[in-house]
Ligand binder design. Structure first.
Ligand SMILES: [Mg+2]
Length: 228
């Protein structure tokens, strides 16, 4: 008999290739603005953005602060002043249009959707995430989607997981598995919430001391062996 019934998938860099989406959106945005997107600018953007989302994960700043300041900070680093909020809105529109999957993701979720109850557990901006789920065709494969912004919490906070568990019919911690690429958000969050965890570690990263995922995979296909 199958051990798991509720599979909780992270979205970015677990099912959808966020790096590719980001790359495409940045290029289109800068092209539209007539500003050359050099490698320096791109590297700097990724640093600023990742730093802000980490602070958000730690509850130090709000999601709005992340998205309204990242481009202002980027241009500030190059001695320019821009309307960060307006820039970000355009960026998110482009971001939402990307359809690049992580290899094997589409086939995997299509196969699993017949046998399990699939849920999406994602940090991020609701409008962007919902648009991406529609455009990619992922939306109908999931029983429900939990975007952090709608819950008032975010991964890895316990409050986020409580919110999700409360909304899954016949939820049972023993039958739940979270699958995600972020050790700090998905794995640490899942462990604190008392469910099994599967770390999708495509790049062979180091985990966090004193935390052990239940499973670790380097390719999505390996998940089938675990759950089926
Ligand atoms: Mg992720």
């Amino acid at each position: 008999m199958k051990k798991y019934q509720h599979l909780l998938f992270d979205l970015d860099d677990t099912l959808l290739d966020f790096g590719a989406a980001e790359d495409m959106a940045l290029h289109r945005l800068f092209e539209e603005q007539g500003i050359p997107l050099t490698e320096d600018v791109e590297v700097k953007y990724r640093q600023i953005n990742a730093g802000l989302w980490t602070r958000f994960e730690h509850g130090e700043i709000t999601r709005d602060e992340v998205i309204t300041t990242r481009f202002a900070k980027l241009f500030e680093a190059f001695g320019q002043e821009v309307d960060g909020e307006q820039f970000d809105e355009k960026y998110r529109n482009y971001l939402a249009e990307s359809k690049v999957f992580v290899p094997g993701a589409w086939e995997l979720v299509n196969q699993l959707a017949h046998k399990f109850d699939l849920y999406l557990v994602t940090n991020g901006v609701s409008t962007t995430q919902y648009k991406r789920l529609q455009i990619t065709g992922l939306a109908p494969l999931f029983k429900n989607v939990f975007v952090s912004e709608d819950t008032g919490y975010q991964k890895p906070m316990k409050g986020y997981f409580d919110y999700v568990f409360d909304r899954i019919p016949n939820f049972n911690t023993e039958a739940a598995l979270i699958i995600g690429d972020s050790f700090s958000a998905d794995i640490v969050g899942g462990i604190h919430a008392g469910i099994d965890t599967c770390w999708f570690n495509q790049q062979g990263k180091q985990g966090v001391e004193n935390y052990e995922p239940t499973y670790e995979i380097t390719e999505l296909q390996q998940l089938k062996k675990i759950v089926l």
